[in-house]
Design a protein. Sequence first.
Length: 293
Amino acid sequence: MKLLFVALCAAATVCAQTSARITGRIASGRAPLRGEVIAVVKDGPVRISPVPTDPQGQFTIDIAAGRVLLVAKADGYVSEERELVVRPGTGNPVVQFLLAPAGSVSGHVFNENGVPVRGARVWVDYRGEARRWRLAEESGGDAAGNIGDFTIPAVAQGRPFVLHAEYEGWLMSSSGTLNLHGSELTGVVLILSRHGTNVRGRVVDTTGNPVGGAEVRLRSLAAQDEFTAEQRASFAFARSTNKSRTSAADGSFVFAGVPTGRVVVTVNMGGRRAAGETTTAVGRETDITLTVR
């Protein structure tokens, strides 16, 4: 089991103070599901505590009182999350999770010339749903294969969703609204057709000498008409507008596929820092020089 977006999983610890108790059940319709509930405690350092259910789908979690996010999962179903404020003792309300059946979604990513885009990443977002946490197998993001093929193994049935494709050098692209009826949806095609622009630059020291091996980060504040509100809320948008590079020996770096709009570039080199801002435009490369001090 792994959770997307969280590098903290490896260092997660279970709360030592068990001053509150949560009980509940996972089911699909009236049928109990054997699965797991993940408690994410966010007051103070993040702590993650996975707890299996019994055969009847029931679970008990002893945890510190306070705010907690519960994520319920079971094989063959899409997870559900619930945020609670847990009070001390055993008098907390029983938490009921009703999970939707899952199926797989697969297809291909091509460019505008019909060439498969190997390594493209496809992510799923449900219409009108804002999740704080999502399991990796439910979100997508695996690199597409040699023929641009992708599969997302756990997508909710009967819930409208959109797929977003992103790849280095291209602006993200999205499908129309899709819906999975049954155990699988195949043959979905996504087209990457917008290239974006390049931001090139150099990292130098105060004497003008190149600085290699510096961590360079770019944050793109894309023009309003470049993406829809739904695209802007997606994980694919966050990935494609927040990039990092390491400067070459001659101090040079390049970011490809940057949308038009404002761009903020920062450098960190062993405590020496620099920052700059520029504007991108269609069909024009942008250059920026950053001096670390």
